[in-house]
Design a protein around this ligand. Structure first.
Ligand code: GLV
Length: 323
C-alpha cells in the first residue's frame, strides 16, 4: 500500500507532481488556512505532513495522527508547531533554515528605509492627488540610515545578514543576543540599553516563550521619540497593543511584516496609521528563495518518509542529539 502524505498548503502542481509517484497525496488547495478538523481527519492514517506557518500543528493534532512519521514545514520558524509534542511522539520536524536569510535581511533594511523615508506614505499621498506644488523644502521629511543608531535584537543568520547590509549604509550598530556573541563593529548591549539608545530597533530573534513580547510596553515606551521598530520575525515578539498606542500618539514609527493575527483583520487599527509601513508576511517572498524553501521542505519530507534523518531538523533530540 502506498504511504499517505498530507500537504496542508497550496503549492503549484509542478512542484507537487513528482511526489505523486511515490505517495498517496492529499493536498489542500483552499486559499484560507486548512481548518484543524479537516487536518485531523486527513492525518488519521497519514505518515507525512508538509505544512506552512498558516496551519497550527497543535498537540492534539499530533496526538491524533498515530501513523505520522515526519512533519516538514516550508518555513524556518517552527513556532506554529508544538515541538515538545512532536518530540514526545518521536516525530522529527523539518524546517528550512539558511535559504531565506538574504531575502529577509533585504526586506528588513527595505522596511527601515521605507519607514524612515516615508516611502509608502509618500506613495499614498501622491495617489490621492495631494501633490499640488512642485519641490518643497519641507515635504515629507524623514531621517537618514547613515546617521542612525540601529539596534539588532537577535544575532542569528538573519540578524547578521542585516548587519552586513547596514555596514554599507554607515549606520552605527548595536546588538543583543540571547547567548554571548561578538561581531566586528557591533557594540553588544543589554536589551534595556538597546531599546532606549537606538533610532531603529529591528527584531530578528525566533519566537519562544522567552522572547514573547520582547518588545514590551515598557521597552517601547523607553524608545526615543521619532524612533522606529522593524519586525520581520514574528508578531508576538511585540506587545502590539502598546505599539499601536505609541504609533497613534505619533511618537514612534514602524515597519512590520508580521503580526499577532495573520491575515490582519480588515478593521485592524494599524491599517489606519500612516506612520506604519505594513507588509503581508513576505520576508522570504522571492522566486528563488521560495523555490529553495520548497526544495528543502520536500527533501525533509522524503527523508522522514523513508526513515532517514532529516538534513534540517528542528528537534534533533528525536535522534538522540542535543539541540
Ligand atoms: C517565515 O516567517 C519563516 O519562518 O520561514
Amino acid at each position: 500500500m502506498t504511504s499517505k502524505c498530507v500537504i496542508s498548503l497550496d503549492l503549484p502542481e509542478d512542484v507537487v507532481a513528482p511526489l505523486r509517484d511515490q505517495f498517496d497525496l492529499l493536498t489542500w488547495s483552499g486559499k484560507e488556512a486548512m481548518p484543524e478538523v479537516t487536518l485531523q481527519d486527513w492525518l488519521a492514517d497519514a505518515e507525512g505532513l508538509l505544512c506552512s506557518l498558516s496551519t497550527p500543528i497543535t498537540a492534539s493534532v499530533i496526538a491524533d495522527a498515530r501513523q505520522l512519521k515526519v512533519i516538514s514545514t516550508m518555513s524556518v520558524g517552527v513556532d506554529h508547531i508544538d515541538l515538545a509534542a512532536a518530540t514526545a511522539a518521536c516525530i522529527p520536524v523539518g524546517h528550512t533554515p539558511g535559504v531565506l536569510v538574504d531575502s529577509t535581511a533585504d526586506l528588513a533594511v527595505g522596511l527601515m528605509i521605507a519607514a524612515n523615508r516615508r516611502i509608502a506614505e509618500a506613495d499614498r499621498w501622491m495617489r490621492t492627488g495631494q501633490w499640488s506644488q512642485g519641490w518643497q523644502s519641507d515635504l515629507l521629511l524623514g531621517s537618514d540610515l547613515s546617521r542612525a543608531t540601529v539596534g539588532i535584537v537577535g544575532l542569528g543568520p538573519i540578524g547578521e545578514a542585516t548587519i552586513r547590509r547596514l555596514r554599507g549604509f554607515g549606520a552605527t550598530l548595536v546588538g543583543w543576543n540571547r547567548t554571548p556573541k561578538a561581531l566586528k563593529g557591533v557594540e553588544m548591549v543589554d536589551l534595556e540599553d538597546l531599546f532606549c539608545r537606538c533610532d531603529i530597533v529591528s527584531l530578528h530573534t525566533a519566537l519562544t516563550p522567552e522572547t514573547f513580547q520582547i518588545a514590551s510596553r515598557q521597552r517601547l515606551a523607553s524608545m526615543r521619540s521619532g524612533a522606529s521598530l522593524i519586525n520581520t520575525g514574528r508578531g508576538d515578539l511585540v506587545d502590539e497593543e502598546a505599539l499601536i498606542e505609541e504609533l497613534s500618539s505619533g511618537r514612534l514609527r514602524a515597519g512590520l511584516d508580521v503580526f499577532k493575527t495573520e491575515p490582519l483583520p480588515a478593521d485592524h487599527p494599524l491599517l489606519s496609521l500612516d506612520n506604519a509601513v505594513l507588509l503581508p508576511h513576505v520576508g522570504s517572498a522571492t522566486f528563488s528563495t521560495r523555490m529553495a524553501m520548497v526544495t528543502r521542505a520536500l527533501e525533509n519530507l522524503r527523508a522522514g518518509m523513508s526513515g532517514e534523518p532529516l538534513s534540517f531538523c528542528a528537534n534533533p533530540e528525536v535522534y538522540g542529539l542535543s539541540v
